[in-house]
Design a protein around this ligand. Structure first.
Ligand SMILES: [Zn+2]
Length: 510
């Protein structure tokens, strides 16, 4: 992390030198050549063919530049706040992208996120990096760039998209008139060497916000630099380079890149209601759960529709249900936000191990979850034992303060989600009434939350009136490496049959 931070700082310091295409009032072509590379060799597009090739190689895997969250944190620099035109354009541009993509991606004011964009109006030019670069990255909205269309163009770069005419297949669609291009600017018309995943999935779009205008970088405004090929002669050259709004294909690109085409099933809630009421819950949309009077909500009050790697989508966290007050009494649920965590659990540890509520990625990125499980949000918590700072074998234990009583003969279940990946991982052991019901030794090998449910065997001293108690203990033991954190979220202890979709297969005794 230390090295990465330093690298970012250096890159950032040199960032202000890249606005080589200054805005000239009255000329529409100036918004181009607006990409900076904030990678190993951060140079504006076309500064060096070599650098460009290398960056284009990176771009053939769009996933590597995609933001890891659908919410893109931003800050607005004072230089924008002082310029009403630019300020309005930035706000409108962000809103238009959100609206057009049905909140597939959202721009949210930054709280403490490590990776974020800083929208500035410093020096000249409209420019941006492509994709998430890591740390703070500048999007400049200089004089003359203050229209929602130009802002959206830059924000599309932020989201990970290159100029449309840099596609490897562009020669089928457009002809470049190199003889009309300003000397030294031909490199701005370079194309990528190979077909990337995006190109395979989505075809060329003349109407993209990311397309050059027909006379971009022309020696004279009256000269054409890029026009549709004969085969596409029906497309007027004036259609190229619009800066009004996302084209239909631009929207599709965003949905594709951020896996927002999948939908979640309508949420079910007996004795309660969910909102909004719609027959389409798109990826990254949220639903809220409310119980009818007299019933208590057990589980999260809000969930997020999260795209899965296989293209499907599923609701985040545990499925909530509405319990009668009597049933709720025998139930304990914690989403690991600070309140319930303190109320319901005590932490005991050996050595230097600690268990604490974490928001957003773990301190050392790539060794623990990026998100909580419940809400899939940067601002929601989960419990983590970080390997860093602890010694091999140190154990942090979560112990329930209250013993949950069995109710009316219903079996008690323990359900929780855990996330363990990284190298030389330790172990997570779960005990109920001193009996081991679950153990994970070592990593699960991918950064995902996994659900575990166990039915608890009645202790030998169970009483004739069917009342027994369950106390829960989870032990997170640090492994040999520093790169393996152990995280837990959404812990439920209560009647098995309350769990929506409960079955003995889902919650075995061991
Ligand atoms: Zn651009």
């Amino acid at each position: 992390m230390g090295l990465r931070m330093i690298a970012q700082t250096i890159m950032f310091l040199s960032l202000f030198s890249v606005a080589e295409n200054k805005f000239i009032p009255g000329k529409s072509k100036v918004v181009e050549g607006d990409i900076y590379f904030n990678q190993a060799e951060k140079r504006p597009l076309g500064d060096s063919t070599k650098a460009q090739t290398r960056s284009f190689v990176a771009s053939t895997t769009p996933v590597s530049v995609r933001w890891t969250r659908p919410n893109i944190p931003y800050v607005i620099h004072d230089s924008i706040l002082n310029d009403k035109t630019a300020f309005d354009a930035v706000n409108n541009g962000m809103k238009m992208i959100q609206d057009m993509t049905k909140n597939c991606v959202r721009f949210l004011k930054r709280s403490t996120e490590k990776n974020f964009i800083n929208v500035t109006n410093i020096g000249g030019g409209c420019y941006s990096g492509v994709g998430q670069i890591g740390g703070e990255q500048t999007v400049n909205v200089g004089p003359g760039c203050g229209t929602p269309g130009i802002v959206m163009h830059e924000l599309l770069h932020v989201l990970g998209f290159w100029h449309e005419q840099s596609r490897s297949d562009r020669d089928t669609y457009v002809q470049i008139h190199f003889e009309n291009i300003i000397l030294g600017k031909a490199v701005e018309f370079d194309k990528r060497s190979g077909q990337d995943e995006l190109e395979k999935n989505i075809s060329y779009d003349f109407y993209s916000l990311l397309h050059y205008k027909y006379n971009t970088f022309a020696k004279l405004d009256s000269l054409d630099t890029i026009t549709p090929t004969k085969a596409f002669g029906h497309v007027p050259k004036t259609a190229l380079g619009q800066r009004e709004q996302l084209s239909a294909t631009d929207v599709r690109k965003v949905l594709w890149m951020y896996q927002c085409t999948a939908e979640c099933k309508s949420p079910q809630l007996t004795n309660g209601t969910t909102s909004p009421t719609t027959d389409r819950y798109m990826a990254w949309s949220e639903v809220t759960y409310t119980c009818t009077t007299g019933f208590q909500l057990v589980g999260p009050s809000r969930r997020t529709c999260v795209p899965q790697s296989d293209g499907s989508s599923g609701w985040s966290g545990m499925e909530p249900f509405c319990a009668s007050p009597a049933n709720a009494y025998y139930t304990q649920y914690c989403d690991m936000e600070t309140d319930c965590f303190k109320l319901q659990y005590g932490v005991y540890s050996t050595g230097a191990a600690t268990l604490r509520v974490q928001y957003g990625p773990t301190t050392t990125e790539g060794t623990g979850p990026d998100f909580d499980n419940t809400y899939r949000s940067d601002t929601a918590g989960y419990l983590v034992m970080e390997a860093k700072g602890a010694n091999v074998g140190d154990t942090a234990s979560l112990i329930s303060r209250r013993r949950i009583q069995e109710y009316n003969g219903d079996r008690i279940c323990i359900m929780f989600y855990f996330n363990m990946f990284g190298t030389d991982m330790g172990s997570l052991t779960v005990n109920a009434n001193g009996v081991k019901v679950f153990e994970q030794l070592g990593s699960t090998d991918n950064n995902s939350w996994r659900m575990v449910c166990r039915q608890v065997n009645p202790p030998w001293h169970w009483s004739p009136w069917w009342a027994y108690y369950v106390s829960l203990r989870m032990d997170a033991k640090r492994g040999a490496g520093v790169q393996g954190d152990i995280a837990v979220d959404d812990v439920y202890v209560g009647p098995c049959k309350s769990i929506p979709g409960y079955s003995g297969v889902m919650c075995p005794t061991k």
